[in-house]
Design a protein. Structure first.
Length: 238
């Protein structure tokens, strides 16, 4: 039992350190990234409502006209009414993308915190003072729960939320720049497309090269789907 417990604890420690390193990096990046997105949202959200300075200018113009008409003895000017305000559709799309990006970033940070909490609870429970036999049984029982509820899948899916958040933000940024400067927008669009193509390449490489060290959070699910399709095709062809 002591040997089994020793090997199990060694594996648990390596797994926990791996998850902790990933979650620490994610928490650090999401903190900086969320602050950046919030700054852009603060600027872009202003385009969804009427500019107060425009309203003030209209009111001052109306007052000036009324005073001029009163001094000249002409007919009074009709009552002033503000025209209806409609937010630009492009800026509405930009804000939707940026808000979705911020929400995914916050959810990613929350998920990383939960994974760290679950990992610490698992380690503390498996290392409670007891006999080696009892600790080994507790560790086996809890580890089966980790496999059953796919905690590793959840931990590996957290970076996917962050990646989706980054791409949503970049998409909104490109659309935002197209409203101001087309040249700058096309330059950024080329950079985003190049990054997206590189990301797709890194995702698909492990499917064709088993010794490839590169992967993304989507590589595992795609590999499993590929294996399932191949198995189904092989079964049906027999």
């Amino acid at each position: 039992w002591a040997i089994v417990l020793k090997e199990g604890e060694k594996y648990d420690k390596a797994l926990a350190e791996s998850w902790k390193g990933d979650m620490d990096g994610i928490l650090f990046f999401t903190g900086l990234f969320s602050a950046t997105v919030a700054g852009f949202i603060r600027y872009g959200y202003q385009s969804l409502s009427r500019n107060p300075s425009d309203t003030t200018n209209m009111l001052l113009t109306q007052i000036s006209r009324q005073l001029s008409a009163s001094a000249a003895g002409s007919e009074p000017i009709p009552p002033f009414s503000l025209p209806p305000f409609n937010a630009p559709p492009a800026m509405l799309h930009v804000n939707i993308l940026w808000f979705l990006s911020l929400v995914l970033s916050v959810v990613c940070a929350l998920s990383a915190t939960l994974v760290q909490q679950w990992t610490r609870r698992y380690l503390l429970t498996t290392q409670l003072p007891s006999s080696p036999q009892r600790r080994a049984r507790i560790r086996t029982f809890l580890f089966q729960g980790v496999l059953r509820f796919r905690l590793d899948t959840i931990a590996n899916s957290v970076p996917l939320l962050l990646h989706a958040s980054v791409f949503l933000f970049l998409t909104g940024l490109v659309e935002f720049l197209f409203q101001t400067d087309n040249t700058l927008a096309y330059i950024l669009l080329a950079c985003v497309v190049a990054c997206a193509m590189t990301y797709v390449t890194l995702t698909l490489l492990p499917l064709f090269c088993r010794d490839c060290p590169y992967e993304t959070p989507m590589s595992g699910p795609l590999w499993r789907c590929n294996q399932a399709i191949q198995f189904t095709f092989f079964t049906l062809s027999r």
